[in-house]
Design a binder for this molecule. Structure first.
Ligand SMILES: Nc1ncnc2c1ncn2[C@@H]1O[C@H](COP(=O)(O)OP(=O)(O)OP(=O)(O)O)[C@@H](O)[C@H]1O
Ligand SMILES: [Mg+2]
Length: 394
């Protein structure tokens, strides 16, 4: 009906801010079909009355472990709704790092009225068993950030949950999924992983630039005003987050850039909004190495920066022309083409610039698109303008 009213409360750029919230779950994950398939096959028997599954998921920060499992739990409940009554509980062990806290959280989630005080782990397990029996349902327990539990109280409660059906006629009461960051794999190695079954271990890898680009394109479409965020901006954001491979970081960057554009009263995000957000992030690339580069690399970089103040990227052909202009300004004879390329490569290796070969041009010469996601071109240009005369005088 009154869809024109949707504009009320909507910003110039952000029209659904909740899309950038930390607990927002998109309806579809992008680019993780392989891993989703692996998880589904681990749980292939769950459609049967007594079927269960067990999985261990590890991967670096922001690789989508929690998102993968939350999506899976919601999807499987819906998918099997006419076959089996499935419930899920997601426990973050950072907030529930002891056996009894974990059990309390599970029982309380299933029955908010359940008395929680003074019950031991054994009694809570009995309650849980009874609840599941009463409505003949199956429970998927997710223990997220499980390293906190393992460190503080060991793995005992995990085995107790796995053996919930022991000594009874009924089977298939409970499935379990453990999630943890990769670094603490040693904590999981040995007992836990082997008892969960080695083939049930899914290892997630960090996202690459293309993966991050897909994720933030989805967030743009869901959360930003149409036309407010050009594709080149998305590329810049994914380049900035690529060294970490962390999806959360790429989403935060896009949100930060959107807010900056809004604060400046603009309705379109510009590259400086991204770069200014990047430099305030704790993982920002060390820009100090600019002082260390050779003088002609500085001249090339200055040409680039002046153009990148206004544009998301510059082609290598343009960059070489800009370099010649800067050389003239500083009264220097420009170096040859090969040296120019050598400097460009070095600037990319130092993470000062990012170079990308345009898809359509692969194989045809060496045209590259150069951008500067990690730093603000105007700042770098200003520093170079004072650095260069000193370096040339030496
Ligand atoms: N494939 C994807 N498609 C869409 N959004 C994704 C995808 N992967 C991750 N995200 C989003 O990126 C953010 C980080 O993902 P998530 O919280 O799942 O990472 P994690 O691996 O659990 O990180 P941590 O180790 O810090 O717990 C979340 O907002 C999540 O929704
Ligand atoms: Mg997580």
């Amino acid at each position: 009906m009154s869809s024109y009213l949707d504009r009320i409360g909507a910003g110039l750029v952000l029209n659904n801010p909740e899309v950038f919230g930390f607990d927002f779950m998109p309806e579809e994950l992008v680019g993780r079909e392989d891993i989703q398939g692996q998880l589904a096959s681990i749980f292939s028997s769950i459609s049967h009355p007594e079927g269960t599954g067990r999985a261990v998921i590890t991967g670096p920060v922001g690789s989508g472990k929690t998102a993968l499992v939350k999506r899976f739990c919601d999807d499987v409940v819906r998918h099997l709704s006419d076959k089996r009554h499935i419930k899920t509980v997601h426990v973050n062990c950072r907030n529930a790092a002891t056996a009894s806290r974990v059990m309390q959280k599970i029982v309380q989630d299933l029955d908010p009225g359940h008395p929680d005080r003074g019950l031991g782990v054994g009694e809570l397990l009995t309650s849980l068993r009874r609840m599941m029996q009463r409505d003949n349902s199956h429970l998927i327990v997710v223990l997220d950030e499980v390293d906190h539990l393992l460190r503080q109280s060991g793995d005992d409660v995990i085995y107790k949950l796995m053996r919930i059906d022991e000594d009874r006629e009924k089977a298939g009461t409970l499935s379990i999924i453990l999630i943890s960051q990769e670094q603490i794999l040693d904590l999981l190695e040995g007992a836990v992983i082997s008892r969960m079954g080695r083939t049930n271990h899914i290892r997630m890898t960090p996202y690459d630039e293309a993966g991050l680009l897909q994720i933030i394109s989805q967030r743009r479409d869901l959360g930003l005003v149409t036309g407010s965020c050009p594709d080149d901006i998305l590329t810049l954001v994914s380049q900035a987050a690529a060294p970490s491979g962390d999806a959360r970081q790429s989403i935060e960057l896009l949100e930060g850039a959107a807010k900056r554009a809004e604060t400046s009263g603009r309705s379109i995000i510009e590259s400086k909004d991204v770069q200014k957000t990047v430099v305030t992030m704790p993982t920002n690339v060390d820009s100090m190495n600019i002082e260390e580069i050779p003088p002609h690399a500085m001249l090339i970089l200055l040409g680039l920066c002046r153009r990148l103040k206004r544009q998301e990227n510059v082609t290598s052909g343009e960059a070489e022309k800009l370099y010649h202009v800067v050389c003239e300004e500083f009264d220097q004879g420009p170096k040859g083409h090969t040296t120019f390329w050598k400097h460009l490569k070095r600037l990319a290796q130092e993470d000062i610039i990012v170079t990308r070969t345009a898809k359509a041009e692969v194989g045809r010469g060496r045209t590259q698109h150069i951008s500067m996601p990690h730093m603000l071109p105007s700042d770098v240009a200003r520093r170079l303008e004072t650095l260069i005369p000193n370096r040339l005088r030496r």
